[in-house]
Design a binder for this molecule. Structure first.
Ligand SMILES: [Zn+2]
Length: 111
């Protein structure tokens, strides 16, 4: 992925509207590209700061850089979970197909 593509994905990352594959490529890029990470950090801080203004003013100052790191870790986890679920579903469907074949063979053989 190049920097232009990564930069175009920043707002979609913040809105959680990237697909799993896009998200993974995006994270791979920003983790190795300091200038895109800075770009993301700036957008993220502005976004979070505005949300905080909307919600409540209780005087707490959030550590936005830490929040972004948490968000990136959370995204990585969600990629792994989505992949894990797909893998498990794939295995179960395969096992079910095999079981069905075995069943059909037994019925045909009249055992
Ligand atoms: Zn870049």
């Amino acid at each position: 992925m190049d920097c232009r593509t990564a930069e175009s994905m920043v707002t979609r990352f913040i809105d959680h509207s990237l697909s799993v594959n896009e998200l993974e490529e995006f994270l791979d890029h920003i983790e190795t590209c300091p200038s895109c990470y800075d770009e993301l950090e700036t957008y993220f801080i502005v976004h979070e700061a505005m949300q905080q203004l909307d919600e409540k003013e209780d005087g707490t100052v959030l550590d936005f850089k830490k929040l972004l790191e948490q968000e990136i870790r959370r995204s990585r986890r969600s990629i792994r979970q989505t992949r894990g679920i797909r893998f498990t579903v794939g295995l179960i469907s395969m096992a079910a197909a095999v079981a069905l074949c075995v069943f059909v063979i037994f019925v045909i053989l009249g055992v």
